[in-house]
Ligand binder design. Structure first.
Ligand code: GAR
Length: 213
């Protein structure tokens, strides 16, 4: 059985969707460990409820990002993961970490990349009165939220929307497309060749596949 290691910093609703997808065999793999940089992340409780080992590595205990990440790698390696999944992990990874897990780390980001990399995506959507917003699953490279895209999903934005409402709409889509992308990876259907992603050997468009439910 293939092994997934998930990194979180907060609520862990995406983690939950992955745990559930493994439990009901939608993804033929197991979440073997969950790591958080925040001791109070609710996702840690979700992991414990599913009997998944948890690890908290707080950056307060390390001098710099490289030392932090080398400790993180040491602990992750004990699980020999097939895929590293960033699920609301809000710490920037060192190049060292990204090279170590080249082609084996994916992330979900709450915007239609390349629009709005970084923080406060929902706020920017509302401020700019965008009519459309969404979420992106991508492989991780050394550019912040800039790696090759696998899947995107869009949501409508209405004039009367609050941030809370669009976050809810985005997360609903995230909980569908993240397990789907992970399933493709685990089934060896996804690959990165140079900077392009292929699915079943076919090159995906630069903005990945669009999946809307
Ligand atoms: C998700 O919306 C995810 O896209 C975002 O954090 C949220 C985590 O929610 N990730 C990023 O912003 C990464 N740049 P969750 O803890 O409920 O899964």
């Amino acid at each position: 059985m293939k092994k997934l290691v998930v990194l979180i910093s907060g609520n862990g609703s995406n983690l939950q969707s992955i745990i559930d997808a493994c439990a009901n065999k939608y993804i033929n793999a197991n979440v073997v460990a969950v790591f958080s940089d925040k001791p109070k992340a609710y996702g840690l409780i979700r992991a414990q409820n599913a009997n998944i080992p948890i690890h908290v590595l707080s950056d307060k205990n390390f001098v710099n990002r490289e030392i932090f990440d080398s400790h993180l790698i040491q602990k992750i390696e004990l699980y020999t993961p097939d895929l590293i999944i960033l699920a609301g992990y809000m710490k920037i990874l060192s190049d060292f970490f990204i090279i170590k897990y080249h082609k084996k780390i994916i992330n979900i980001h709450p915007s239609l990349l390349p629009k709005y990399p970084g923080l406060y995506t929902h706020r920017q959507v509302l401020k700019n009165r965008d009519k459309e917003h969404g979420t992106t699953v991508h492989f991780v490279n050394n550019k912040l939220d800039g790696g090759p895209i696998i899947l995107q999903s869009t949501i409508p934005v209405f004039i009367e929307d609050t941030e809370k409402e669009i976050i809810k709409r985005v997360k609903y889509q995230e909980h569908i497309i993240y397990p789907l992308a992970i399933r493709w990876f685990i089934e060896d259907r996804l690959e990165i060749r140079k900077n392009v992603v292929t699915l079943d050997g076919l090159i995906l468009p630069s903005q990945g596949l669009l999946y809307n439910k």
